[in-house]
Design a binder for this molecule. Structure first.
Ligand code: PHE
Length: 496
């Protein structure tokens, strides 16, 4: 309990009412008084009402006048001290910026008159008149201008010498729980209180229905999901359908062979790909013809291709892997498309796994954003044009393309964008036209061409949320507060 609360209670005890806290405690500001009153009020020990009083305050200029006299009076004094008055041209230099104001007022009062280029006064050898402005201001300062008439007050207000302010004080009276002692109030009823029965006599804090509640705990979308949602909207706006990508495990057949990745390709090494122990092998795919087509196109050459000409092994193809790219899903979807070939746009955004050295920006898993677009007689120009309009939607406008290599696309292009922050071109995606060796074994018509591209979801997300360590985004070190408080993502210029 504060000292002030005690003082208030003691005064009330002695005299039942405090008519005006401003009079009772002149040294205290109204906020301090109100805080003390409110806590007594919450305990129903007192009740109080506000008293608002108008109050004149002197401006800095007025305070100066109270000390040194009004502008007009100082001008008059100046004129009387010089034998030949004051040169009009000198008013500003002698009296400063308020000199002209004082001159006008002194003329109006009839204190001075003009003689050629000089100011003279009839008060040369007479007692000076009263400096009423200064006196009025002094009166206002000392006792709120009791002796100053209303018109004069308004005039001083107009001259910006005084301003009206309100002071709040309080009339205080005893209430039902009045006492000289302040009892500690309980905020909650506890099991101890119930067991001991002390709740019967305990005093409780009243509910404060005006206080802000505790924000309820609720779920929040992970930043990757927010950016993923933005990508989905871009794909949907361009007429794409989402592929069912909810399977992390694939056979080597779908992850590699169908994509014309030879069985000796380094990507298939243990160092790059996670192989499953249990189950270690997949069943053969049901479509026997397709299975044989894949073997032929790798081993002997087919569909106009001379193939890789190596002994293709069923064992290798049936190994179970954690998918290394979502292109395995794209392959399965394109295979399905061969049953009823037509122009198609498909996308997926999902997790892939690679046995890679883990560092600040790489984990052994990431999310791939992948699109495939099938249409008749597509060319490399369509791929470049489409990439430009796709990245345009992300706010990335200047792209450069660099020839690259993928086993399943020819030609293949790496996509670069200029990163203003880093001041250099950075790779933002990989793309290409799927090879006939991939599409024709599926049974797709020769002239239905398919272009595809992929990028990571993590990179734009880290740029968007200004993260430099992947562990701030994924894993047990991620701050929940970061997840909960981040706004929804908009893909825009600062993405690259
Ligand atoms: N799968 C490729 C990757 O892992 C991305 C890609 C998809 C490239 C489709 C070309 C076509 O980077």
């Amino acid at each position: 309990m504060s000292d002030l609360q005690h003082r208030i209670l003691q005064v009330l005890d002695a005299q039942d009412v405090i008519q005006d806290t401003k009079v009772q405690f002149p040294e205290l500001d109204s906020q301090t008084v109100q805080a003390a009153l409110n806590s007594l009020l919450a305990r129903s020990m007192i009740k109080y009402t506000n008293i608002e009083t108008d109050y004149w305050l002197l401006t800095d200029e007025a305070k100066d006048i109270v000390q040194n006299g009004s502008h007009e009076f100082r001008l008059l004094q100046e004129v009387t001290t010089n034998l030949e008055g004051l040169k009009i041209a000198d008013v500003g230099t002698v009296l400063g910026k308020n000199g002209k104001l004082g001159q006008a007022k002194a003329f109006k009062n009839g204190w001075i008159f003009k003689d050629g280029d000089r100011i003279l006064t009839k008060f040369k050898d007479r007692p000076l008149p009263n400096d009423e402005t200064a006196q009025n201001l002094k009166d206002i300062k000392e006792n709120q201008g009791a002796g100053v008439d209303k018109k004069e007050l308004q005039d001083l207000k107009k001259r910006k010498l005084i301003t009206m302010s309100k002071i709040v004080s309080y009339k205080v009276e005893k209430a039902a729980e009045f006492s000289l002692e302040i009892v500690q109030l309980n905020a909650d009823i506890t099991s101890d209180m119930i067991q001991s029965g002390s709740w019967k006599t305990a005093k409780f804090k009243p509910y404060n229905f005006n206080s802000e509640g505790v924000f309820p705990q609720s779920g929040a979308l992970h930043p990757l999901n927010k950016v993923r949602e933005e990508f989905r909207q871009i794909f949907f706006s361009m007429g794409f359908t989402e592929m069912p990508s909810n399977q992390y495990v694939e056979s080597g057949f779908w992850n590699f062979d169908t994509l014309f990745v030879p069985q000796q390709h380094p990507a298939r090494d243990l160092q790059d790909t996670f192989y499953l122990k249990d189950p270690a092998t997949a069943k053969r795919p049901e479509d026997k013809e397709y299975w044989e087509n894949i073997q032929r196109v790798h081993q002997d050459g087919a569909f106009g291709s001379i193939g890789y000409r190596y002994p293709w092994k069923e064992d290798e193809s049936l190994k179970m892997v954690l998918r290394t790219h979502t292109t395995a899903i794209s392959a399965a979807m394109l295979k399905k498309l061969a049953e009823d070939p037509k122009p198609t746009r498909l996308f997926s955004i999902d997790r892939v796994f690679r046995n890679e050295a883990v560092d600040a920006t790489h984990l052994a898993e990431f999310h791939q954003v992948e699109g495939v677009l099938a249409d008749y007689n597509l060319t490399l120009g369509d791929l470049i044009g489409f990439m430009q309009s796709f990245f345009d939607k992300m706010g990335v406008h200047d792209l450069r393309f660099k020839p690259a290599y993928n086993p399943y696309t020819e030609p293949s292009l790496e996509i670069f964008a200029y990163h203003k922050g880093l001041g250099k071109w950075v790779e933002i995606g990989n793309s290409g036209m799927f090879r006939p060796e991939m599409l024709e074994p599926m049974g797709l018509p020769k002239n239905l061409r398919v272009l595809g591209w992929g990028l990571s979801l993590e990179r734009p997300t880290m740029i968007k949320y200004k993260l430099s360590n992947i562990r701030d985004l994924l894993g047990h070190k991620v701050s929940l507060d970061f997840i909960e408080s981040n706004p929804a993502a908009r893909l825009d210029e600062d993405l690259v």
